[in-house]
Design a protein around this ligand. Structure first.
Ligand code: SF4
Ligand code: FES
Length: 226
């Protein structure tokens, strides 16, 4: 299908001190059972409010608990980590933004010779072939890692838009779902994928910074994801 024929990509809007509003259809649809006094009908885009404070009793949906806990979505980072560092070896350059790593450890487990948090620098681009590095970087869910080959940054993922509610962890966005409603910083996100805080404790909201592991965020058994 040609790009112009595709429907608009869904969008996530981070409401101030409230949930993510996940717009899935921008075409206003009439709302059944809602009328003005003069008989006029109302129409609205379609979407869902997803909890990002961690307190909802009906996860992943927002149930209004953010108000009761006085959820605050301010960033607590100074932005210094929200920048990419580059690690080059021959044809390949690995880009790394520590500020948005969700600490899935996929990179460390997949290529320990390249990604080793006990070493400084923690990335050794000479530790594997370019092909191996590219394959691993493509698995990074948060967009913290990306790469360029021969100076051309790889951004051509072609996945369908999807948000996965990861068990005891963040929302994983793929497929070019844009995120709006936050203080943007240069080079912060991949255009194609990102991980968004769902526990309410990230210091770099709306992005996951891995803090769900430190606070022991758990989905209640009845809402566990299969
Ligand atoms: S989010 Fe990316 S950079 Fe962070 S641990 Fe996972 S794979 Fe590595
Ligand atoms: S964001 Fe509304 S209940 Fe968590």
């Amino acid at each position: 299908m040609d790009e112009q024929a595709k429907p608009p990509r869904p969008q996530v809007f981070a409401l101030p001190n409230g949930p993510y509003y996940y717009f899935t259809d921008f075409t206003p649809q009439p709302i059944q059972g809602l009328r003005g006094e003069g008989g006029q009908t109302y129409a609205s885009a379609k979407g869902t409010a997803l909890c990002r404070c961690g307190a909802s009793e009906n996860k992943p949906f927002c149930d209004g608990s953010h108000g009761a806990i006085h959820f605050n979505d301010r960033k607590e980072t100074d932005g210094r980590q929200d920048r990419r560092k580059n690690y080059n070896a021959g044809r390949i350059t690995i880009h790394d933004n520590r500020g948005i790593c969700s600490h899935s450890a996929i990179c460390i487990n997949s290529l320990p010779g390249v990604f080793d948090p006990d070493k400084r620098p923690w990335i050794n681009p000479q530790g594997a072939t370019a092909q191996e590095i590219m394959a691993t970087v493509r698995l990074c869910p948060s967009g913290a890692l990306s790469y360029s080959l021969d100076g051309v940054e790889y951004r051509d993922y072609d996945r369908e838009p999807l948000i996965t509610v990861s068990k005891d962890g963040p929302y994983q966005l793929v497929g070019g779902i844009s995120v709006a409603g936050f203080e943007s910083r240069a080079e912060q996100v991949s255009n194609e994928h990102s991980t968004l805080c769902r526990c309410g404790s990230s210091r770099n909201k709306p992005f996951c910074d891995g803090n769900h592991g430190e606070i022991g965020f758990k989905d209640p058994p009845e809402t566990e994801q299969g």
